[in-house]
Design a protein around this ligand. Structure first.
Ligand code: ZN
Ligand code: ZN
Length: 80
């Protein structure tokens, strides 16, 4: 992991949840493991919770989101 990747992921973790909009510290979820530039900011519920992206994805359906849209929202929040 390069310095630039590390810095980017730190910003993602401060950008709030790209799925439900929860503010504050969030996890960084990569669309593909190890591809740090695809990191998405996700709160624990929308990430590893039972209804999150690693669960049955109910929260993602409610917010009509997929990983590409969430990545776009994360990058907007960080750099927009
Ligand atoms: Zn969330
Ligand atoms: Zn994840």
């Amino acid at each position: 992991m390069s310095q630039a990747e590390r810095r980017h992921v730190e910003l993602v973790k401060e950008s709030g949840c790209a799925c439900c909009g929860a503010a504050g510290f969030v996890h960084a979820h990569e669309i593909e493991q190890g591809l740090w530039w695809t990191s998405i900011g996700l709160c624990p519920d929308c990430h590893t919770g039972p209804n999150g992206i690693h669960g049955d994805k109910t929260l993602w359906r409610i917010h009509k989101l997929n990983e590409i849209k969430a990545l776009n929202e994360t990058l907007r929040r960080v750099y927009g």
